[in-house]
Design a protein around this ligand. Structure first.
Ligand code: ADP
Ligand code: MG
Length: 505
């Protein structure tokens, strides 16, 4: 369906066109008319289906740009998502002169206060920082007409419920509430509905869950050879832009270091880095200055970077839904993508569960030999040599060149150049990752420290909330204090240690 059929006005239609959107996505088509009609809406559709514009366009439509009050508030679970949403809304609302301010922790609060003072009609923020502004009295939410809880499942999973309840106290009861999410487990819906008035639930079936556009492979490995298998795969596959997932922060740091050591252009992001660093890394990745982004699930959630051709699950995710989110980072916007999931023998049940959810079989990938990896490296080196030859003018008639030509034949010189460019020693650079225990056996009696039988039978993602919440607290302490340490986090931290496996972002 065309956007012009959805009752949007001219300024927005021009912006949409400039943005390159031709047709509305299904979630946009179904929810925009309802939202424009003032209804409360639960919008559920898989990652990457344009949920931001689905709530953003009707909001922009309703905004009075002459009026300086905050008229819409979007609550986002992470800083990255808040920034991304702010950018998208800003672009779409530019012709209408709508001001959109993002507020999140780990960045200068004074600048945000200034932005708010200048009259932002839409505010996009993370719960912690929003509460900060509410307490300081630097944000006035009493004229908010529309409230959006974006990525609601993740937000509630992260234990932001209390925060959201406090934010709700600062916005009028008479308001429109929108809840957007990739998944909608019953418990989340139950909670969400309490904030809403007679909501319409629009669910777009995830028919191409994990998309048919992603070729999915798995590789069986033993722990001690995992890293070597990985770098050979990278040498052969030569991804242009790849996202790699590690289970823990330590893992992300170590993987990044190891990859650099073996000559790959990699950088890591996770919750312990300062906001500034995370933003910088993401920017470099989006511009292709970094080729491999190593991340934890939380740090990479919802990130929208086009052109990612490979996703590597160096550690298989503990729950199948995370897998879907992970590989949703590739195969976007009609492009073709690939994923490779590493799995140990004892983790095969996790793989089977993923396949059950995606209804798609992963193809086995045989680890590559060193020769195959070398050939891959040489191929790339040969291309670089071609570039070097093209760009090296003006030294051809030097004395040293003559000398070399006398001394060696062309074969030798080419080999030396290729070898230097390929940097073959790097391939074998010694590197050992710290041991991470594989995930506990999934089926049967052995449950390790897992609480209450895991995800099945209603215990959905049982311990995730506290686990991730924990890392959040830690992450923001590095920034300039997103959230004050609230009372309950201490107890959940202690408690969580008993059953957290080690998926702690
Ligand atoms: P979600 O929130 O559902 O994960 P996003 O809102 O982040 O998805 O959108 C994913 C990508 O799709 C973004 O790059 C966005 O600009 C793009 N997009 C959104 N709507 C459309 C559309 N109608 N046509 C083409 N691209 C779109
Ligand atoms: Mg989104």
């Amino acid at each position: 369906m065309k956007f012009s059929e959805l009752g949007l006005t001219k300024d927005l239609l021009t912006a949409i066109e400039k943005h390159g959107y031709v047709e509305a996505t299904p979630i946009q088509e179904k929810t925009i008319p309802l939202t424009m009609a003032g209804k409360d809406v639960i919008g559920q559709a898989q990652t990457g289906t344009g949920k931001t514009a689905a709530f953003g366009l009707p909001i922009l439509e309703m905004i009075d740009s002459e009026n300086k009050d905050v008229q819409a508030l979007v609550v986002s679970p992470t800083r990255e998502l808040a920034i991304q949403t702010q950018e998208e809304l800003f672009k779409l609302g530019r012709d209408k002169h709508v001001r959109v301010q993002a507020v999140f922790g780990g960045s200068d609060i004074r600048r945000q206060i200034n932005g708010l003072k200048h009259g932002a009609q839409i505010v996009v923020g993370t719960p912690g920082r929003l509460i900060d502004h509410i307490r300081r009295g630097t944000i006035n939410l009493s004229h908010v007409k529309t409230l959006v809880l974006d990525e609601a499942d993740e937000m509630l999973n992260m234990g932001f419920l209390e925060d959201i309840e406090s934010i709700l106290k600062a916005v009028p009861d008479e308001r429109q509430t929108l809840l957007f999410s990739a998944t909608m487990p019953a418990a989340i819906k139950r909670i969400g509905v309490q904030f809403m008035t007679d909501p319409e639930h629009i669910q777009i079936a995830a028919k191409e869950l994990t998309t048919d556009l992603v070729d999915q492979y798995y590789v069986r490995v033993r722990d001690f050879e995992k890293f070597d298998v990985l770098t050979r795969i990278l040498d052969v596959q030569q991804p242009k832009l790849a996202i790699m997932f590690g289970r823990t922060k330590r893992r992300v740091d170590e993987l990044t270091r190891g990859l650099e050591l073996r000559g790959f252009n990699a950088a890591g992001i996770h919750g312990d880095l300062t906001q500034q660093k995370r933003t910088q890394v993401l920017k470099q990745f989006k511009h292709g200055e970094i080729q491999i982004l190593v991340a934890t699930d939380v740090a990479a959630r919802g990130l929208d970077v086009s052109g990612v051709d490979y996703v590597y699950n160096f550690d298989i995710p503990q729950d199948s839904e995370s897998y879907v989110h992970r590989i949703g980072r590739t195969g976007r916007a009609g492009a073709h993508g690939n994923s490779v999931t590493f799995v140990s023998n004892s983790e095969m049940d996790y793989l089977k569960d993923i396949e059950k959810l995606t209804k798609k079989r992963m193809q086995p990938l045989k680890p590559y030999t060193r020769e195959e990896a070398l050939a891959g490296r040489m191929n790339v080196a040969a291309d670089s040599v071609a570039d070097i030859v093209k760009s090296t003018a003006g030294v051809a008639d030097s004395e040293q060149v003559d000398k070399l030509v006398e001394q060696y034949d062309a074969q030798e010189l080419a080999a030396a150049l290729l070898g230097a460019v390929a940097n073959v020693e790097q391939m074998d650079a010694d590197f050992k990752l710290s041991h991470e225990r594989p995930l506990p056996h999934k089926h049967g009696n052995f449950r390790g420290g897992r609480r209450g039988g895991g995800r099945r039978g209603g215990g959905y993602r049982g311990n995730r909330g506290q686990r991730e919440r924990r890392s959040y607290d830690r992450g923001s302490r590095n920034g300039s204090g997103d959230r004050s340490q609230r009372g309950r986090s201490g107890s959940s931290r202690r408690q969580s240690r008993n059953f957290v496996i080690k998926n702690n972002d």
